[in-house]
Design a protein around this ligand. Structure first.
Ligand code: SF4
Ligand code: F3S
Length: 107
């Protein structure tokens, strides 16, 4: 099983998750991170680290966010690896909790 980054990461990208991942399986786009499903070892360390509560185990992804499982797999093959925490996006606090941010995803 893998873990999945979902909607509330978009335009926040706090990156606290990256620091705890033992297998460095996070990949970074302009305003969103994804987890590579073939590399995640299901350790669950990242889930409680996300200030935006955007990370879920694959079998606990909310019903209205199921499409993020496939999106993580797709983008993890394209985007570069990220292994170190960096500053969140400048307006992260304002965007934290705003619903349906997929329309703002930059690729
Ligand atoms: Fe990395 Fe573990 Fe999170 Fe998977 S569950 S992305 S291995 S920290
Ligand atoms: Fe995104 Fe949360 Fe990581 S906002 S970058 S999944 S800490």
């Amino acid at each position: 099983m893998t873990f999945v980054v979902t909607d509330n990461c978009i335009k926040c990208k706090y990156t606290d998750c990256v620091e705890v991942c033992p297998v460095d399986c996070f990949y970074e786009g302009p305003n969103f991170l994804v987890i590579h499903p073939d590399e995640c070892i299901d350790c669950a360390l990242c889930e409680p680290e996300c200030p935006a509560n955007a990370i879920f185990a694959e079998d606990e992804v909310p019903a209205d966010q199921q499409h993020f499982t496939e999106l993580n797999a797709e983008l993890a093959d394209i985007w570069p690896n990220i292994t170190e925490k960096k500053d969140p996006l400048p307006d992260a606090e304002e965007w934290d909790g705003v619903p349906d941010k997929l329309q703002h995803l930059e690729r």
